[in-house]
Design a protein around this ligand. Structure first.
Ligand code: ADP
Length: 395
């Protein structure tokens, strides 16, 4: 087991900067997921930890060792990729045990490790099969078992579940978590699938354009996204965004206003801000009355309804919006809400909604950085004459 540290790591290919000054520290035994859209630099980052790609600048440490110039075989890592070549002329047992046999490991120990690994990835009874007698998913499980038996300090996995069917993928997610719990080995896992990242990792590393955006536990990224990119990327369907301006009385946009005292929310009058709220934090006004901190009511008209079984996604058009662009969700004219399947709603109905103030995020529109998570006025402590709560304006 070992920690992994990247210090000012950059990788350039001619005119492309694949990874741009990446800095992070993965502690010993952590399960870390690198997540981001295709082309954001996830694989390149992983390849530099593996030793398959050399950084243009910067240093890679595994444990205390500077491994920047070491070949993969000397780094104490085992890798699993989406597309992995098994030896076609060897059966599953020989494929899994190949590396151990090369090292002349004791036959009994090889047996024990192969059986344990094949159990974990559900390959029992298939050890004598040849690769061409197996499905893509089964071959991938052989590759994972081959990494497990090596008992590396760090597992590097690049989209290892991408070729598995949906059911096996969900099963393998839990198996990988169990594997991690059992072995306690540091795992760096690459995926473009934010759901996979959310469900498995201790922390997720969100990358965009070769740059680290946020590295935090999944729920922190979900509830307290550090910027607009993370807010939009994590969570499906994504967060609703509305651009607006800070006025003396709070947030003002084309569609609705939300009252707050700017000073207590860390903003100033005139600031250009983007308000973000997740679909599940939008409520039908009557239901929202049970919220401890609802916003004022917002008028809306229901558009498309998407029943999902356990919830209904309702696309709302906000009132007084003349030119609604349905092709651009999140453009500001639409608000997506998730409601209980029992909700009695139809398309083209005029309704009122409220937002849960505790779950509203404010971002700086220009820099995209988060300013505030939750728009709940600070509760004045009784008897405390120094609160700013009496800063009210008469009009
Ligand atoms: P991801 O894994 O997030 O999809 P990659 O790390 O594979 O992204 O790629 C990041 C960027 O670097 C992309 O723009 C990609 O085209 C570029 N890139 C990756 N490998 C090479 C290479 N060998 N030569 C040139 N450009 C590359």
């Amino acid at each position: 087991m070992a920690s992994v540290t990247l210090e000012n790591v950059t990788k350039r290919y001619d005119d492309v900067t694949a990874v741009d000054d990446m800095n992070f520290e993965i502690t010993d035994g952590e399960f870390i997921t690198l997540v981001g859209p295709s082309g954001c630099g996830k694989s390149t980052t992983m390849e530099m930890v593996a030793g398959l790609t050399m950084p243009t600048e910067g240093t890679v440490y595994i444990g205390e060792r500077d491994v920047t110039n070491l070949p993969p075989k000397d780094r104490g890592i085992a890798m699993v990729f989406q597309n992995i070549a098994l030896f076609p002329h060897m059966d599953v047992y020989d494929n899994i045990s190949f590396g151990l046999r090369l090292r002349n490991m004791d036959k009994e120990e090889i047996d024990r490790r192969v059986n344990e690994a094949s159990d974990i990835v559900q390959l029992e009874g298939m050890l004598e099969r040849m690769p061409d007698e197996m499905s893509g998913g089964q071959r991938q499980r052989v590759a994972i078992a081959r990494a497990i038996v090596r008992q590396p300090d760090v597992f590097l996995m690049d989209e290892p579940l991408a070729n598995l069917d949906a059911k096996l993928k969900v099963h393998m997610r839990t198996e990988l978590q169990r594997l991690h719990d059992q072995l306690g080995t540091t795992i760096i896992y690459v995926t473009h699938d934010q759901e996979e990242a959310m469900t498995m990792s201790d922390r997720i590393t969100v990358i965009d354009g070769g740059e680290l955006q946020q590295m935090d536990p999944p729920l922190t990224c979900y509830n307290e996204p550090g910027n607009l990119f993370v807010a939009g990327f994590i969570g499906s369907p994504g967060m609703n965004f509305f651009e607006g301006t800070v006025a003396g009385s709070g947030f003002e946009s084309e569609h609705f206003d939300i009252e707050f005292d700017p000073a207590s929310m860390g903003v100033n009058e005139g600031d250009e801000v983007t308000l973000g709220v997740r679909p599940e934090d939008v409520y039908l006004a009557d239901e929202g009355s049970s919220l401890s901190h609802p916003t004022d009511r917002i008028e809306a008209t229901t558009d498309v309804l998407e029943p999902m079984g356990n919830e209904i996604f309702v696309y709302l058009l906000l009132a007084d919006e003349a030119d609604i662009d349905l092709e651009e969700p999140g453009s500001g004219s639409q608000l997506l809400m998730s409601v209980d399947p029992s909700a009695d709603l139809e398309s083209d109905e005029d309704i009122e909604v409220v937002l849960d103030r505790r779950k509203i995020n404010l971002f700086d529109t220009e820099t995209s950085d988060a300013i505030q998570h939750g728009l709940v006025e600070p509760t004045p402590v009784s008897g405390d004459s120094t609160t700013s709560a009496e800063a009210e304006t008469d009009d």
